[in-house]
Design a protein around this ligand. Structure first.
Ligand SMILES: Cc1cc2nc3c(=O)[nH]c(=O)nc-3n(C[C@H](O)[C@H](O)[C@H](O)COP(=O)(O)O)c2cc1C
Length: 186
């Protein structure tokens, strides 16, 4: 039998399997991924975020953040983000181009209920994230549902790179053609 990375459907399945396994498992290689946005000064911005949901049927991934964070301001301006993930063991990179909807207020209330008690204090810092402060601890952590946002990233394209000793395989899948996929020169 062929290895999963030798066929387009197997490679796409590996994407969603790995992302699915990473949700809720801090030990999984793709539990923390890089979220890149268009910065307000025009260049790229990137930061690590915890993967909170991966839904292969809807082809979406979700992240949690504070409504006052820079990334929310950036995504309000340009609602496109690239998600980058790397599994060192299987030497597999996933790059996803996504269109982002920011869910907050009533739209995120249901998901707030699913946030662990201990994690809620990450949403609602006073003063808000990124504010200059006189000392590293000169801020207050508050669990404020009004500051809780879910970044719902609707995947438009998935690009993969699998690195084997003898060969690299790069593939691209697009929502527009039903994810049939094709190979690219690595
Ligand atoms: C391992 C790790 C996980 C993180 N997870 C999140 C997260 O899930 N959500 C979030 O908003 N920030 C998370 N952060 C912090 C962000 O990387 C970033 O520093 C912060 O959100 C401010 O980013 P911004 O100013 O670009 O909005 C995480 C950082 C690390 C190192």
């Amino acid at each position: 039998m062929n290895n999963w990375f030798e066929a387009l459907p197997g490679t796409l399945m590996a994407v969603w399997n790995r992302l699915g396994r990473a949700v809720g498992d801090p030990a999984a290689p793709m539990n923390v991924v890089t979220l890149a946005t268009v910065g307000r000064r025009g260049g790229a911005e990137a930061r690590q975020v915890v993967l909170r949901r991966a839904d292969p049927e809807a082809a979406l991934v979700e992240f949690h953040t504070d409504t006052s964070s820079d990334k929310v301001a950036e995504l309000t301006r340009v609602p496109w983000a690239t998600v980058l993930a790397w599994d060192a063991e299987s030497r597999f990179q996933i790059r996803m181009r996504t269109h982002v909807t920011i869910l907050s207020g009533d739209a995120s209330r249901g998901m707030w209920k699913g946030v662990r008690e201990g994690a809620r204090r990450h949403y609602g810092a006073n003063p808000p994230p990124g504010s200059p402060i006189a000392a590293s601890d000169a801020f207050e952590q508050r669990a404020d549902p009004a500051h809780f946002a879910v970044l719902r990233c609707i995947v438009q394209e998935i690009e993969t790179l699998n690195i084997q000793d003898s060969i690299q395989r790069r593939a691209i899948y697009r929502r527009g053609d039903g994810w049939q996929g094709g190979w690219l020169v690595p």
